[in-house]
Design a protein around this ligand. Structure first.
Ligand SMILES: Nc1nc2c([nH]c(=O)n2[C@H]2C[C@H](O)[C@@H](COP(=O)(O)OP(=O)(O)OP(=O)(O)O)O2)c(=O)[nH]1
Length: 145
């Protein structure tokens, strides 16, 4: 039997990764990846891959519960689609923290709440930089809660 993994079909729709821009008290939550090795140490938005049949909002809520132990509400998708590696694309959602204090339970080694002037203080994954710029613009126009 041929056990070679099938090459990705270019006709396949890309896998959507939903990222949460959780805004709280004028800051956004950033998370430092702990795995896999080639991404470890880079900062990103908490989130993960959409599962079959799942809405983006539901995936966002599920991933934030699993990774951070918090309940969030997906408020609105931010404009943009950012290509990641392995044929993934990032969709970013503004999210509101409803309950809990975020903890790095899964996939992350550190969390930070960043004020607008601190957005450049962490080493974002290179593929996230344009998305971070969109979040910076959002924070500039969002009254802090
Ligand atoms: N969550 C998230 N993932 C990102 C961002 N930027 C970026 O390149 N990625 C990559 C890292 C991973 O290769 C992929 C997301 O996969 P993941 O491992 O977080 O997803 P998951 O929680 O569903 O993981 P799994 O169940 O497959 O283990 O997208 C980002 O800002 N947020």
């Amino acid at each position: 039997m041929d056990r070679t993994p099938a090459a990705p079909d270019p006709e396949d729709a890309p896998v959507i990764v939903v990222g949460a821009a959780i805004l709280h008290a004028g800051r956004v939550l950033a998370a430092r990846r702990s795995a896999p090795a080639h991404l470890a140490g880079g900062w990103e938005f908490p989130g993960g891959k959409l599962e079959p049949g799942e809405t983006e909002a539901a995936a966002l809520v599920r991933e934030c519960q699993e990774e951070l132990g918090v309940t969030v509400r997906a408020v609105a998708r931010l404009p943009g689609v950012w290509p990641l590696n392995q044929g993934y694309v990032l969709h970013l959602w503004r999210a509101e923290l409803l309950a809990g204090e975020p903890q790095p339970l899964e996939d992350h080694s550190e969390l930070r709440w960043l004020a607008p002037h601190e957005l450049d203080d962490v080493a974002w994954l290179p593929q996230d930089r344009d998305a971070v710029a969109v979040v910076a613009r959002l924070m500039a126009t969002t009254p802090s809660g």
